[in-house]
Ligand binder design. Structure first.
Ligand code: 5AD
Ligand code: FES
Length: 332
């Protein structure tokens, strides 16, 4: 698609045209992956973060955010619970927490790897050195999620303190991919100061990176952050970005994100109908779920992990798709 065509679909308000786009994305996804929707068990293991992204509820500058860290034993317990429920992929996500040195992190990964030799271990712990990524890969991690947030230089600077650089973020992504991680990029839709041209740059960057996964969710304001007063991103535009990503990267994995489910009650179902094929229910201990508050009113912070699994399975089936507990490796 040309830039003009992409910009047209990014901005269209024509509902029929959008439906047509979703149908095309659905067909591409079905051809590549069938109707399966893969489950990932998300473990949010630390809410400490050294960064100060202007949009994020757990930014360092948010003195109101209550911080927690799970111990290695606690993380392993989450994995055991997840495994018993049938999960074959664990996603360890956290802020950029300097407590988790390479030594501590590799020890955790090694422990999970030894207890679950066949499971996929995904990390989502931000920017680190090449050596760190190599050590984590050698310890047994297979996948890494690091959203680029926006591929536009000016937009990146408007959303992050000067200490954070888009170029470093991109370097990390290419490094991760080169080391052998199944690598996930991604961005928010409707974040403050985003223009349609920013989203076009996101799509072009994805074409260049060819990531194994792409996480796309709406911006949702978070209390006690500089962007608390900005409006949330549009549900429809988020869905169109998911569909366009499916068309441009047919073999990538696309989650129906929790943020989209938070913005709209049936947001994740609509994402599946627009080409998404992954869901990431929460396996974090119930007592800390509310504290990992990247944005306001996040769903699934009250139920048992088992409830989310059942709820998501029902939702997937009701939408005409097939819940799958397989590892669901990327075709990229
Ligand atoms: N709204 C929506 N998504 C957010 N994230 C962080 N803050 C927000 C927010 N206010 C997303 C970022 C990050 C991911 C873990 O959560 O894209 O990469
Ligand atoms: Fe968590 Fe529905 S997926 S309650």
């Amino acid at each position: 698609m040309t830039d003009a065509e992409l910009l047209h679909y990014i901005t269209t308000t024509d509902a029929e045209e959008a439906e047509d786009l979703y149908a095309k994305a659905r067909a591409v996804r079905e051809k590549q992956y069938g109707r399966d929707v893969y489950f990932r068990g998300l473990i949010e293991f630390t809410s400490f973060c050294k960064n100060d992204c202007l949009y994020c509820g757990i930014r360092r500058g948010n003195a109101r955010a209550e911080r927690y860290r799970l111990t290695k034993e606690h993380i392993l317990e989450c994995c055991r619970t997840g495994d018993a429920l049938g999960f074959r992929t664990f996603v360890l996500q956290g802020g950029e927490d300097q407590y988790f040195t390479d030594e501590k992190m590799t020890e955790i990964v090694r422990a999970i790897r030894s207890q679950f030799p066949d499971h996929a271990i995904t990390l989502s712990i931000g920017e680190r050195s090449r050596e760190s990524y190599e050590a984590l890969f050698a310890a047994g991690a297979n996948r890494y999620l690091l959203r680029h947030e926006t591929a536009s230089e000016a937009h990146y600077r408007a959303m992050h303190p000067a200490a954070m650089k888009l170029s470093s973020r991109k370097d990390c992504l290419f490094t991760l991919r080169k080391i052998g991680f199944q690598t996930g990029a991604g961005f928010m839709v409707g974040s403050p100061f985003q223009t349609p041209e920013c989203l076009l740059e996101d799509l072009r960057f994805l074409e260049e990176l060819q990531p194994h996964m792409v996480g796309i969710g709406p911006f949702i304001p978070a209390s006690n952050t500089p962007f608390a007063g900005y409006p949330a991103g549009s549900e429809e535009r988020t869905l169109r970005m998911i569909a366009l990503t499916r068309l441009l990267l047919p073999r990538t994995l696309l989650p129906a994100t929790t943020a989209l489910g938070t913005l709209a009650g049936d947001g994740r179902e609509k994402a599946m109908c627009a080409g998404a094929n992954v869901v990431m229910p929460n396996l974090s201990p119930v007592n800390v779920r509310k504290l990992y508050s990247l944005y306001d009113n996040k769903i699934c912070t009250g139920d048992e992990a088992a409830e989310c699994l059942r709820c998501m399975s029902l939702r997937i089936k009701a939408t005409g798709f097939v819940p799958s507990m397989a590892r669901g490796d990327s075709l990229v």
